[in-house]
Design a protein around this ligand. Structure first.
Ligand code: GLC
Ligand code: MG
Length: 425
């Protein structure tokens, strides 16, 4: 992880199902609120870590279903697999470490004798994780007997019961907490320990995360009884752990505010985006704000005012060009004209726009090159453009906002549309 030249301002380590991702929120509003906050305020100086029980296969499926950001680090299969970056480069050192006193054949052999255990799907059986379903009432007893029998066979395992149904058997050194401790050690060795770490979870396999020294923790409002019970027994007096009042990603935002560890107002909660009180030019915020406006305009969530169009033209350079993903060059002012005619065209529809990995690089005293992924979901179709924008602060004030000088877009592999006619920018 060498994206950051100094220690991260904040490292968020979040579980996915029912924590970052709310499966009871078909509009994904809390997730989209978090996304906008992260991209506007944290992406360039912080680290986003997803820590899930899912295998790489099910993790990738979830990413296709939900508008999730791309994390810097992905911890999968209950802390048994750590990968880095967009290419998901595996941490082989971690995998090797987990081989200690572990033999999945012995685990399979012993568990096959227990009729109450139902093996989970093939995708969820991993080199350092064997997973079952088991009834709540049986879980404790089976955990006890399995622990002692596997110990007799020379193994040192960790058995975790989660979600009131899942039983995972892992090497003792594994688990979400141990994986986080390993990352902390790694960053420490490089002199880059994050200034703050916030762990976020809702169920049994997340409990370990809350035991890591010095971390802040949030159990989202919808956390399961098993985690709340664990907290009541082991961590009740720790002021660095809260039980949020809000569900899922909104609970994470609430915790950032509660612990005062950084900005906690999502741009999605700001109704009047033109009313920003920035101290400095802020290209990432500018990008987030622009596409939020774009979404609201097409959904007719804001008034149909010519003033908006005039303001948009004012922040687009007169000679500014968009290289459209279809390969056609357009004047930015013509793009604004096209947008004018699209007011409310997505009204009442499942239409959402979000940006991912907004990374600005200052390329001159008054110029920034901002790279990001711009996603657009319309009904069932989801498309994305890798986008590069040149923004300039020449001859404008912070209050005016940066000028868009040049925008270049290319369809993201696997996320190109059936027809590119509908894409504005
Ligand atoms: C995820 C995994 C499953 C695991 C559960 C609890 O649902 O897919 O294998 O048992 O998390 O950790
Ligand atoms: Mg969960």
């Amino acid at each position: 992880m060498d994206r950051l030249s100094e220690n991260a301002r904040l490292m968020i380590v979040s579980d996915l199902d029912h924590t970052m991702v709310d499966h009871h929120d078909p509009e994904n509003l809390s997730l989209l609120r978090f996304n906008a906050l992260w991209e506007a305020n944290y992406r360039s100086n912080s680290l986003l870590v997803f820590s899930t029980g899912r295998s790489p296969t099910l993790y990738k499926e979830l990413r296709k279903e939900k508008p999730m950001l791309t994390p810097d680090i992905t911890i999968m299969s209950v802390g048994t697999e750590i990968t880095y970056g967009n290419s998901m480069e595996p941490d082989n050192g971690w995998a090797e470490f987990l081989n200690q006193k572990w033999d999945r054949n012995i685990v399979s052999e012993e568990t096959s004798k227990i009729t109450e255990l139902t093996l989970q799907s093939k995708t969820e059986q991993r080199p350092h994780k064997v997973s079952f379903y088991v009834q709540k009432e049986k879980a404790e007893e089976i955990t006890r007997s399995l622990s002692s029998c596997l110990k007799e066979r020379g193994l040192d395992v960790k058995i975790i019961y989660s979600g009131g149904t899942d039983l995972d058997i892992l090497p003792q050194g594994a688990g979400k907490g141990k994986a986080l401790a390993y990352l902390h050690d790694k960053f420490k060795a490089e002199g880059k320990l994050p200034k703050n770490t916030l762990v976020c979870g809702d169920s049994g396999n997340d409990a370990e995360l809350f035991t890591i020294p010095d971390v802040h923790g949030v159990m989202v409002s919808n956390a399961m009884e098993e985690l709340l019970q664990w907290h009541a027994i082991y961590a009740k007096n720790n002021p660095k752990i809260i039980h949020a009042k809000e569900r899922c990603a909104s609970g994470i935002i609430q915790a950032i505010g509660h612990f005062n560890i950084g900005p906690s107002i999502s741009p999605r909660d700001v109704t009047d985006l033109s009313d920003s009180t920035l101290d400095n030019f802020d290209p990432a915020y500018e990008v987030v704000k622009f596409f939020l406006f774009y979404e609201r305009w097409r959904l007719a969530e804001i008034g149909k005012s010519e003033l908006y169009m005039a303001n948009l033209k004012a922040v687009c350079s007169n000679s500014g060009i968009l290289v459209h993903p279809s390969g056609i060059e357009k004047h930015l002012h013509d793009c604004v004209n096209s947008l004018r005619t699209c007011y409310g065209d997505k009204r009442g529809q499942a239409f959402r726009v979000w940006v991912d990995q907004v990374l600005p690089v200052q390329v001159g005293s008054d110029a920034w090159l901002v790279k990001f992924k711009k996603w657009e979901q319309s009904g069932g179709e989801r498309v994305c453009c890798l986008t590069t924008a040149l923004l300039s602060s020449k001859d404008v004030t912070v209050a005016d906002g940066l000028t868009w000088v040049h925008v270049h877009q290319t369809w993201l592999n696997e996320a190109s549309p059936s027809s590119s006619a509908d894409w504005l920018f």
